[in-house]
Design a protein around this ligand. Structure first.
Ligand code: SF4
Ligand code: SF4
Ligand code: SF4
Length: 353
């Protein structure tokens, strides 16, 4: 494909036909701030934070503007900074942004830009502010506080384009515009399937998760990437633990094959890991009651019993049922063990049941 050559902040860059200025800038580690854009979603050009100057004259939203041969792009100058500050002030003036009380504090794209452009929420004239919907109870998965919503539309596009559930929409016009679930229902009573994708892609604290167990300040959380244990799709997940080591949050890994998307089980079903009733040692039934045992003792017992059953009734009297929660390698070993050691083809798997 023919390459298009142009400059961003004096640096020579190349892109392909159809790419936007922002896409090429991101590929070249050139920082242009944005709020409504997300690489996994269609473009809307709604927030105008990513305005750049082209050929010393026009200001254009870089998330929408396609590249062209020879253009000269400037990502920031005094006028652009002034405009970005003004846009941020407008966004803040319509909401209630006390970061200390917000779930997104420390993990909020808006907060990052407020600091970067030195905008003080306390100094914003709140004359136009209307109280908007706050719903922390109707859904067991999601919390919604529209006083922190900047109407970027990312949740609308996430639900439509990634989850394909089409729950969110924006109703009314101008300063009356607001988010609606289905035909203006409480999110917990709507057709939401609780995948949590809209929360992950919301750039503010307008949407947040219910399952932040034990809490923890966002910047103190430790991230570990892993694989979801619920089914054979094996989505890549980023788990977050707080200072006490408690698992508090699961986000889809944006670089994984699932591209950040998770279902309700992977996103919210992780609390069993830290349930005190979870078995962490094998149990052996002795005199009618289960007693904790060491692994060697338990494995010896299973080996002896399998050997005895096979000797008395033959290999086909034994069957193994494996699990989609295991890795491919573990499932391979189960069938290998049954065929090569026990001598039976009686192997099945919960994904087929
Ligand atoms: S949404 Fe962001 S800017 Fe607004 S209160 Fe929450 S953390 Fe602060
Ligand atoms: S949780 Fe999933 S289904 Fe529910 S509104 Fe958000 S994206 Fe849509
Ligand atoms: S809820 Fe979040 S993602 Fe949705 S429009 Fe508001 S700020 Fe944007």
């Amino acid at each position: 494909m023919e390459k298009i050559r142009f400059t961003i902040d004096g640096k020579a860059v190349t892109g392909s036909n159809g790419q936007t200025i922002l896409e090429v800038a991101l590929e070249n580690n050139i920082d242009i701030p944005y709020l409504c854009y997300h690489p996994r979603l269609s473009k809307s050009g709604a927030c105008r934070i990513c305005l750049v100057r082209i050929n010393g004259k026009m200001l254009k939203p870089s998330c929408y503007e396609q590249i062209a041969e020879g253009i000269d792009v400037v990502t920031e100058d005094a006028d652009i900074i002034k405009l970005r500050k003004f846009i941020l002030e407008l966004l803040l003036s319509e909401g209630d942004h006390n970061c200390l009380y917000c779930d997104a504090n420390g993990a909020c794209d808006l907060q990052v830009l407020i600091k970067r452009y030195d905008v003080d929420p306390a100094e914003i004239d709140l004359g136009v502010r209307r109280d908007r919907l706050v719903d922390y109870v109707s859904s067991p998965a999601l919390k919604r506080n529209e006083n922190r919503c900047i109407l970027c539309g990312r949740c609308v596009r996430a639900c439509k384009e990634v989850q394909v559930s089409n729950v969110w929409g924006i109703a009314e016009r101008g300063s009356h515009s607001h988010l609606v679930a289905d035909d203006d229902m409480a999110i917990g009573e709507s057709s939401c399937v609780k995948c949590g994708t809209c929360v992950q892609l919301c750039p503010t604290g307008a949407l947040s998760y219910q399952t932040v167990l034990g809490r923890g300040v966002n910047w103190e959380l430790k991230k570990e990437s892993s694989i979801c244990i619920y089914c054979g799709v094996g989505c890549k997940i980023d788990y977050y633990t707080n200072k006490q080591g408690l698992l508090v949050k699961a986000l889809g890994n944006e670089d994984g094959p699932n591209k950040g998307h998770l279902c309700i089980k992977g996103r919210f079903g992780f609390d069993f890991l830290q349930n005190p009733k979870r078995l962490s040692k094998p149990l052996i039934k002795k005199d009618g009651a289960f007693v904790e045992a060491e692994w060697d003792e338990a494995l010896d017992l299973v080996a002896n019993r399998l050997g005895a059953i096979k000797g008395e009734h033959g290999p086909d009297s034994i069957a193994a049922l494996s699990s989609a929660k295991c890795t491919n390698e573990e499932n391979y070993l189960v069938q290998k063990f049954m065929r090569a050691v026990v001598g039976t083809n009686n192997v099945d798997h919960c994904a087929r049941l």
